[in-house]
Design a protein around this ligand. Sequence first.
Ligand SMILES: *Cc1c(COP(=O)(O)O)cnc(C)c1O
Length: 371
Amino acid sequence: MSLHPQPAAAIRAVPATTPFVAPEELARRVGRTSLIRIGANESAFGPSPAAIAAMQAAVPLVSLYGDPESLDLRTALAARHGCKIENIVVGSGVDELLGLICRTYGALGDPVLMSHGSYATFAFQVVGHGLELHTVPPFADGAVDVEAMLARAHEIQPKIVYLANPDNPSGSFIERDAVERLRDGLPADTLFVLDEAYSHFVTSGTLVPDGIDERTIRLHTFSKAYGMAGARIGYALASREAIATFQKIRNHFGVNRTGQIGALAALEDQSFVRNVVAEVARGRDEYHAFGARIGVRTLPSQTNFVCFEIGTRQAAEAMMHALLERGVFVRKPGEPPINGYIRVTVGTPEERALFYEHFTAALDGLRERVS
Ligand SMILES: *Cc1c(COP(=O)(O)O)cnc(C)c1O
């Protein structure tokens, strides 16, 4: 008999993993107080001034709990997406909602399907809830193989199929008809989770139009184009039944008061978002042009980041570390076939200029070490 309280067996069986080491921790590891922060796909262009003002005005009332129904925000979101407030739940970021979805729809050992190497936090939630993760290899550029996903789904009959579109970390995007083919072709009792964290940045493609589908949960966040990652606001669009089920078990006061007030103001400032999207598209083009100029391949992207090819997994890791030593925070895809790339968030023009300088110098350093 053990002498100490033990976690439940299912939790004891979970391997100790951290989906991401935070830039604060990375800075501490290299003895710096700050880094050029182009690794977590946070917005370099900040939140809307209207959102900042609303949050500043709200701070003195932080002694109060927020509205657990997030009614003002949901009302504005419902108008924006052409649905009812009963079709929306707000959470402390998409990451929390991914956990809620796993908890709600999966029982211990249930199969769940995603594209191999796609969003690490989803995989983390699946494993942490004792569900069984199955993956399908993506194409060589990291893009999701829809036909292979469908075939696998019919083989394993998953409870949940997850698709990030646009995808993180590849940056690839699947056109509307392929997404609908996947959604409509799944087994009848499979839940389709469509994570659209980067949907604002799709500038040459067609998204699935708004609309509630009984078997789909769509996820959106204020962390990317709205520039409010630290406010922790995300939301899910789904059937009334799904939302009512979440209502039974979600963390009711988990959405912070200041954050939801800021998100509402941000939502009302769409011209700011359009500007951010245009800035990001410019920065993305610049990254591709920089890669072409120095002979480094980049992956097509419909997001606020671009992947640069370094070589082997070891070479990409060495590059990530060399950049960190120089005070530049980037990340890299963890899984093949794109684990020889580094993933770089679109920074401000100044951050981009510094990145080019450090990247070129770090690349020279790596080449010297190899030769
Ligand atoms: C950044 C990101 C999110 C956002 O998560 P939040 O918890 O809302 O900050 C969700 N999904 C993907 C694929 C992402 O890259």
